[in-house]
Ligand binder design. Structure first.
Ligand SMILES: [Fe+2]
Length: 209
């Protein structure tokens, strides 16, 4: 199901896609980090909150993350391959290298592969990731990892959340130029989704599409 957000909501979310600008700013790059999945789950669909064949549901704040992929001229990028991976609601990755003692969630996939549609749109359902310890005196603020391949440009980056107290203490985030571009716009749920869910709008701009 593709959730339709109103034109007004889209404009609110489209920091990158102001039509008056001749040139959009490319989405800044971010480290791939240590937890890119080694064993990709069989279930790679756009709903990370349920695993096929299991009755349960992932713990945490339900989020619908959606947006569009553009080139810097504002043309939608269709058929972009979008891989995402993230920590669960306790701040733990499904990765053997994650030494965080926080529990795994047996119902959380943590990974998906998506393809943008003819208008460059993508969408997935997930839960909000928690912050997690990343070394002495270093906590990663909540984020979702993205690996986006268009026809001519591939980027690895991370999406962040507005108003997080840890944002300003996260070195990876704070050392990024134009980091505001990496912050999603949050909206309350519309009639298509669970009343306690949230919408996160985030556009991605690839240099050459
Ligand atoms: Fe991470």
């Amino acid at each position: 199901m593709l959730i339709r957000v109103s034109r007004r909501e889209l404009l609110l979310g489209a920091a990158a896609a102001t039509p008056l600008l001749a040139q959009l700013k490319p989405t800044p790059l971010q480290t791939i980090g240590p937890f890119y999945p080694i064993d990709r789950p069989l279930d790679q669909d756009a709903d990370l909150t349920v695993i096929k064949g299991k009755p349960g549901r992932a713990k945490g704040q339900i989020l619908y993350v959606m947006g569009r992929v553009f080139d810097v001229k504002g043309n939608p990028v269709r058929g972009a391959r979008i891989e995402i991976w993230q920590a669960n609601a306790a701040g733990r990755y499904r990765h053997p290298g994650d030494t965080n003692p926080a529990p795994l969630d047996p119902n959380f996939e943590g990974y998906a592969v998506l393809t943008s549609d003819a208008e460059g749109r993508y969408q997935f359902k997930t839960i909000k990731p928690a912050p997690y310890p990343a070394g002495p005196d270093f906590t990663r603020t909540p984020h979702i990892h993205f690996d986006v391949s268009g026809r001519h440009t591939r980027i690895i980056t991370q999406m962040y959340f507005p108003g997080e107290p840890q944002n300003e203490k996260d070195r990876i985030f704070m050392e990024t130029q134009n980091r505001d571009i990496l912050i999603a716009k949050m909206l309350p749920p519309n009639k298509d989704v669970e009343p306690d869910s949230k919408l996160a709008l985030w556009d991605i701009v690839l240099n050459f599409g």
